[in-house]
Design a protein around this ligand. Structure first.
Ligand code: ADP
Length: 271
């Protein structure tokens, strides 16, 4: 009888534990949803004042330029700060979209060489001081169905990381190999220690103790996570080769077949 009683007590204990776990899970799910909602609302709310601030600064800069004022330099640095803030807010907005399963791709047939050339030009013009980017594109035309804005975000993120962690010229190259299109961004910067390499695509991960170049923002450790999500949703992956003290190569690898416009040029909603 004693054994039976002990068994009953154990079963009772197990039931109450199960109930507590279920309750805690419900609480965590609710807290997570509230966090996502907050993140999304906060980043939306931050976006509006930021764009009006951006507009006003541009206007003021043009006025000062016309007047030949030396204060223009201050406005330029203000614009840079606003641009960095905008990138951070965009990252937060993206992350909340990913978390809430609202990440949507609008794919369209795109000339990859043309896109890369345009992105590099835009990146150089929009960065102060303008970085040196060497571009190596193949002679052949590569057309793939991709979401131009999202994909552009990936390339710009890799370029700005390369600049953040290196003072030398950055290289962007495109090549086709084994039915894959490979877009590589390389730098001769600080590199990444092998033991932390598996973590760099995690949300909010930053390699401890790494300094960024002057004029770059520290970042939230979201860029590579978001880039990886975007590339994976295009059916590809991002490979990294890095040697501490020597530099890094980030390669976006896209299968030509999966991304071909014939097979997949429609709008793709992600779960
Ligand atoms: P962050 O906003 O901090 O740059 P990312 O997600 O883009 O976030 O990158 C995560 C971390 O990976 C960075 O904090 C940095 O430590 C490391 N990293 C990314 N790109 C490079 C690079 N080109 N060279 C050296 N370290 C890099």
């Amino acid at each position: 009888r004693q054994v039976a009683e002990q068994q009953r007590a154990l079963e009772e204990h197990a039931r109450s534990l199960e109930k507590a776990v279920q309750e805690r899970t419900r609480e965590l799910i609710a807290a997570n949803a509230a966090k996502d909602e907050f993140l999304s609302m906060a980043s939306h709310e931050l976006k509006t004042p930021l764009s009006s601030l951006k507009g006003m600064t541009q206007l003021l800069r043009r006025k000062l330029e016309r007047a030949g004022s030396s204060d223009v330099i201050r406005l330029v640095s203000m614009e840079n700060s606003i641009r960095r803030m905008e990138l951070l807010v965009n990252d937060l907005l993206n992350i909340s979209f990913i978390e809430m399963g609202m990440f949507v791709l609008h794919k369209q047939p795109t000339d990859i060489n043309e896109l890369c050339r345009r992105l590099v030009d835009e990146y150089i013009v929009g960065t102060n001081p303008p970085p040196v980017v060497e571009v190596d594109l193949p002679a052949e035309k590569i057309e793939m169905a991709i979401d131009v804005d999202r994909f552009g975000q990936v390339i710009i993120n890799l370029l700005s990381n390369a600049r953040k962690y290196s003072s030398a010229p950055i290289r962007l190259s495109v090549r086709v190999e084994d039915e894959q299109c490979i877009i590589s961004v390389s730098d001769d910067g600080v590199g990444i220690p092998p033991e932390v390499l598996p973590h760099i695509f995690e949300r909010f991960y930053r390699v401890p103790g790494i300094e960024v170049q002057r004029g770059s923002s520290i970042g939230l450790g979201l860029g590579l996570y978001i880039s990886n999500q975007i590339v994976e949703r295009h059916g590809g992956r991002i490979d990294v080769q890095s040697t501490p003290g020597k530099g890094s190569v980030f390669s976006v690898v896209l299968p030509l077949k999966v991304a071909s416009p014939v097979e997949d040029s429609t709008q793709v909603s992600q779960p």
